[in-house]
Structure formats: structure tokens, C-alpha cells
Design a protein around this ligand. Structure first.
Ligand SMILES: Cc1cc2nc3c(=O)[nH]c(=O)nc-3n(C[C@H](O)[C@H](O)[C@H](O)COP(=O)(O)O)c2cc1C
Length: 171
């Protein structure tokens, strides 16, 4: 898929076919995050790939909006070190957003759907994934082939009008 098509076709997929995503494709998706830019090239991130059904079902309970992780064939957890510094935390979250977006586009390019989830219960998420206490499991990304409609460029996405968000020169 061309980059522009992948950008337009990406959407949150919360219903997946049971078919597994190959290890090669999961690695490609994480490599996209690994290649993402970060402030001062800090790379304050780690990625845990999960394909075990029991772990996925447990992860689906760490946040009310994580239900789709239970039926995804795989998920990727985005982990950062805990930081007491407000600015560092903010920048780490920005960097994580870029890594997340890179993964969603790389997945779309392969015809694979992705679905974000936040994480509420940190202790539980850390326990399921074996993440140390001084790290935070910030997000989960369900990864799997979409059940139903395939990933195709969306002509009219559910967004604020483009002319409302685009400012030229001045607000
Ligand atoms: C930071 C962030 C957190 C999100 N958390 C959740 C979540 O917990 N559960 C969920 O189902 N979707 C979650 N989403 C997906 C958004 O609801 C979705 O991206 C938005 O509605 C736009 O839809 P689209 O991605 O299909 O274009 C999250 C997205 C972002 C960027």
C-alpha cells in the first residue's frame, strides 16, 4: 500500500478475525516503533508483544476500553520508565504517540488492523506482562486482521471539518 493510502485507511479496529499475525509481521510493526523519532533520541520505550490467549484476556481487564484486546490474536504493550519529572513525562508521552502511530501505519500497510487501548490498573498490567515496578504500561495496541470490512482509504473520516482545523499564517 502507498503511504498516503495507509494513512487514509488506518482506523481503530476492535473486531478481529481469529487468524494469527505472523511473527515477521509483528516484528515489522515493532520495528516501525523502534525507528520512530524521539526527543534527543531518548528512546524511553519498550514494547511487549503478546500472543498468548490467556494473557490477552487478562489484559482486556486493565481498562474499561480494553475489551477488544480479549479477542485480538495479538497485542503490543507500550512501556516507559516512570519519571518524577513533569516535562520528561510529557515528552515521553509525545514520543510514545509517534511510536504508536508508526506501528499503526506499518500495520495498515500490511492489511493488519490495530486498536488502541489505555491502561488503568497499572499493578495488574505490570503483573500480567512482568514489567518492573519502576515502569509504566501506558498503552496497549490490539493487532489483527479486521473482521468485516478491509482496510481501505476512508473518503470522509469522522473528523472536525478540515477547514476548521487548518489555519494559514495566523489562527
Ligand atoms: C491516546 C489514545 C487513547 C485511546 N484509548 C482507547 C481505548 O482505551 N479504547 C478504545 O477502544 N480506543 C481508544 N482509542 C482510539 C480512539 O477512540 C480512536 O482513535 C478515535 O475514536 C478515532 O478513530 P479512528 O482511530 O478509527 O480514526 C485511543 C486513541 C488514542 C490516540
Amino acid at each position: 500500500m502507498q503511504t498516503w493510502d495507509a494513512i487514509r485507511a488506518r482506523r481503530n479496529v476492535r473486531h478481529y478475525r481469529p487468524d494469527p499475525v505472523s511473527d515477521d509481521d509483528l516484528e515489522r510493526i515493532v520495528e516501525a516503533a523502534w525507528r520512530a523519532p524521539s526527543a534527543a533520541n531518548n528512546q524511553h520505550w519498550d514494547f511487549v508483544v503478546v500472543t498468548d490467549r490467556a494473557q490477552l484476556e487478562q489484559l482486556s481487564t486493565v481498562w474499561p476500553g480494553a475489551g477488544h484486546i480479549a479477542t485480538a490474536p495479538s497485542a503490543i504493550a507500550l512501556v516507559v520508565p516512570e519519571s518524577g519529572d513533569e516535562r520528561e513525562t510529557m515528552i515521553d508521552q509525545f514520543d510514545l504517540g509517534q511510536a504508536m502511530m508508526a506501528m499503526t501505519i506499518a500495520a495498515t500497510d500490511l492489511g493488519i488492523g490495530t486498536g488502541h487501548s489505555a491502561v488503568g490498573d497499572q499493578d495488574k498490567a505490570r503483573d500480567i506482562l512482568g514489567v518492573p515496578d519502576d515502569h509504566r504500561v501506558c498503552y496497549l495496541l490490539g493487532v489483527g486482521y479486521p473482521a468485516g470490512r478491509k482496510l481501505q482509504p476512508i473518503r470522509k473520516p469522522d473528523r472536525r471539518p478540515f477547514t476548521e482545523v487548518l489555519h494559514r499564517g495566523r489562527w
